[in-house]
Design a protein around this ligand. Sequence first.
Ligand SMILES: [Zn+2]
Length: 193
Amino acid sequence: MGGHPVLDFVNTVAWRLDPARTADRVQGAEAWARWAVATGLLAADRAEALLRTEMTDSARMEAAIAALMDLRAILWPVLDALVDEEEPPAREWEALRRVLLLARERTTLPPAFPLRWQSGTDRFDDLRHALALRTEDLLSGDALGRVRRCEGPGCGWFFLDRSRSGTRRWCSSQDCGNRDRAKRHYSRTRQGG
Ligand SMILES: [Zn+2]
């Protein structure tokens, strides 16, 4: 729905801006592995192998998932600042710098053009490093100006606006867009009656 793996990643929490409805949609190692396959970050056979390896060390796996959650928590305010056209928050920006440095250190640089860092698929931590590299792509590339936040009250989902006009407002016209139309219809009807 986000149109970019990093936006899909931060969107794994629904109703982020409405504490009463906030729902973490992906929980636990297997769910994250399935998610990584669905978003194309991990091949299905690699996901199975990774789960088998990492299940043998649950402490390491839990630490990796906690670090993944930390990255998600860093990205929310950074992306909020982006769409609100504000300066990135200093604390999260510094945390992001560290995440990016670590990702560089833990990824490889295959000898090929164009130069491209490549994350591994052997550890759960590799998923975080892969997302870190994609974050750098997103925040430094052409897509930057197309990042939007859904205008649905409480929604908080991010997406890449690929519409020609660049005026997409909703995560989904079926969800938040529909709710908005229904609400406006309701208030029109009320005013009319
Ligand atoms: Zn929405």
